[in-house]
Design a binder for this molecule. Structure first.
Ligand code: NAD
Length: 350
């Protein structure tokens, strides 16, 4: 196996490691953005990147995002990420995962890996056969299993904190919430909303996902996002893929609150300002979807699962702090979240 490490001054990363193993076919990059607040935790994404430069750009931006996310989640961790170049459906083998695990293990805990797009809990179990620094394991291997219920709870708490900011009460009773994407997170989010007494409308491209969510209770399902956004929503929750918040969509969202689980919701940072100008409160995605991170961080620390559930409540307090910074400094909540994360990382580096 060959690898080399470079210090990336331009992007602010502490370390970027290129891994290549002829025998297993492993081609991977590990990016450690910051360890100022603790070991750099972040998932490993497997994707058939067209070029090495595409893979590098992705891992640099994702690992920086993890630093910000960890800083706001207050989990005492830094930010890192890894990418494996290849098609998860056809190129993934146990030998390749073992090779990746050995490489991560050799970093001595500076970087801790976890599941991400293209990798699964089962893959983490395989990686753990050669690596101590892996979380997101199955219960059979000592992990906490699927983090999605924790992620959904964080989003739900983010909605309540947004209600407090706008209306002074932590209640969604009777409010109409539109959920885009009824997958692992969306399903549990709908469950929490129904328990709260909210009215719920859902769209998904997958009919089976819609049928599953309808089985939870009185849920209205609609065939498209345009139809969802034509309803008099109080809250819009993007829980499908990234890129839901475009400039065009910012002009038609009927809700006063946008709060959902999807990563990278804003197609451009300017959309955050457009929402802000329209009086729409945008709960920064990487803050409110940190329940999954809190879940794997608790697994890493060896806490019990109950303690992870309790820690999710911190998301509400931090979101309130972000809204206060946005007011004080005259910026959008998205910008305020970035500022708070940068300040916390800088304080940790001192
Ligand atoms: P998932 O794949 O289980 O669910 C996504 C759902 O979105 C699927 O049901 C899919 O059919 C639907 N979908 C896809 N394209 C759509 C479209 N154009 N319109 C409507 N629905 C569409 O994924 P998940 O684990 O529920 O994650 C949802 C989002 O939250 C993702 O962006 C993910 O990165 C993010 N996230 C998830 C977690 C977690 O714990 N699972 C943690 C943090 C962030």
């Amino acid at each position: 196996m060959t690898s080399n490490a470079v210090f990336s001054h331009a992007s602010g990363h502490e370390q970027v490691i290129f891994c290549h193993d002829e025998r297993s076919g492993l081609r991977a990059i590990v990016a450690i953005h910051s360890t100022a607040l603790g070991p750099a935790l972040g998932g490993v994404r497997m994707h058939p990147y067209r070029t090495e430069s595409d893979a590098l750009n992705d891992v640099l931006s994702l690992s920086r995002g993890m630093s910000y996310k960890s800083a706001l989640a207050g989990v005492g961790l830094g930010g890192g990420k890894a990418v494996i170049v290849g098609d998860p459906a056809s190129d993934k083998t146990d030998e390749l995962l073992h090779s990746f695990g050995r490489r991560v293990d050799s970093l001595g805990g500076t970087y801790i890996t976890a599941p991400d797009a293209g990798t699964s809990v089962r893959d983490m179990d395989v990686i753990s056969q050669h690596c101590k620094y892996v979380v997101g394991l199955s219960a059979a291997c000592g992990g906490f299993g699927d983090p999605s219920p924790h992620t959904a709870l964080g989003v739900f708490r983010g909605m309540l904190a947004s209600e407090v900011y706008l209306r002074g009460t932590a209640s969604l009773r009777g409010r109409l919430v539109g959920v885009e994407g009824a997958g692992k997170v969306g399903y549990h989010l709908v469950r929490y909303l129904l328990e709260e007494g909210a009215r719920v409308a859902v769209t998904d491209v997958n009919d089976a996902a819609l049928a599953r969510v309808r089985s939870l209770g009185d849920v209205r399902t609609v065939p498209s996002i345009n139809e969802l956004l034509s309803l008099p929503l109080d809250v819009y929750a993007p829980c499908a893929l990234g890129g839901s918040l475009t400039e065009e969509r910012a002009t038609i969202i009927p809700a006063r609150i946008v709060c959902g689980a999807a990563n990278n919701q804003l197609t451009d940072p300017t959309v955050a300002m457009s929402l802000h100008r329209r009086g729409i409160l945008y709960a920064p995605d990487y803050l409110v979807n940190a329940g999954g991170l809190i879940h794997v961080a608790a697994e890493f620390r060896g806490f019990d699962a109950e303690r992870a559930w309790d820690s999710i409540t911190s998301i509400s307090g931090t979101l309130g702090e972000v809204y206060a910074i946005a007011d004080r400094e005259g910026v959008s909540p998205a910008e305020a979240a970035d500022r708070l994360a940068v300040r916390r990382i800088a304080a940790g580096a001192d």
